[in-house]
Design a protein around this ligand. Sequence first.
Ligand SMILES: Nc1nc2c(ncn2[C@@H]2O[C@H](COP(=O)(O)OP(=O)(O)O[C@H]3O[C@H](CO)[C@@H](O)[C@H](O)[C@@H]3O)[C@@H](O)[C@H]2O)c(=O)[nH]1
Length: 247
Amino acid sequence: MTYPSGAPKTTVVVPTYNERENLPKLVGMLADLKLENLHVLVVDDNSPDGTGKIADEMAESGSTPPVSVLHRTEKNGLGRAYVAGMTRALSDGADIVVQMDADLSHPADVIPLMIRTLSETDAAVVLGSRYVPGGAVASDWPWHRKALSAWANFYVNTILRLKVKDATAGFKAWHASTLRAIDVTSVESNGYAFQVEMNYRTVRQGLEIAEVPIRFEERNDGESKMSLSVQLESALVPWKLLMSRKG
Ligand SMILES: Nc1nc2c(ncn2[C@@H]2O[C@H](COP(=O)(O)OP(=O)(O)O[C@H]3O[C@H](CO)[C@@H](O)[C@H](O)[C@@H]3O)[C@@H](O)[C@H]2O)c(=O)[nH]1
């Protein structure tokens, strides 16, 4: 896909809840990419550790890439934060929307490859995959997370037949047109299930998902927000999606 006005407007949507140590480092890594027309949109759920204030300071500093902040009143889950952020990015005229965690587990330096893959192939979305050749998970990622991730991929692919190696990946670059085609505003899931529902909607539209290898790092600061309710939702959502399928 080519964009008439030159470099595509790319918005990196970053949901945050208690990421005060990580967010400035992530924005620094995004700045190091020196990508033209790159923007960062932080979606903060009133983090008690003051992440939202730090994001505001970055926004006011007028730095490159420009940072904007969407404040929400309370913690409402990663999926809700992404839906709000992606909806804002679309209304602000983004051509490409990147989603990534704030905790430095996703390698920012893969973003140029993801954007290139979007523009040079038929892919509707490109995901940073741990499970294609060349991909990896850091050895210090806890064993129970590795096991959960392997199980979740097997489970999801058995039920929904997505044919995606890393069905729960949280690092992706979307054409804005794909987010409109799948009607991101109506996506209901959170956590792992959000990632799965987004992939499922893409496949149901007959659109292509490409995977590029990444090395997924364990976070050094802060904590994962993965909870029992997120895992329960993840177990139920594939069945719900399958049963809601029309045709
Ligand atoms: N605004 C907001 N942000 C949130 C919330 N919950 C989590 N986040 C933010 O979302 C990002 C990921 O959250 P984590 O809780 O650190 O995720 P994880 O356990 O490492 O899981 C990640 O990897 C999974 C695959 O292994 C993914 O399936 C999952 O979506 C996520 O990307 C972080 O930037 C975190 O601050 C929330 O309720 N609100």
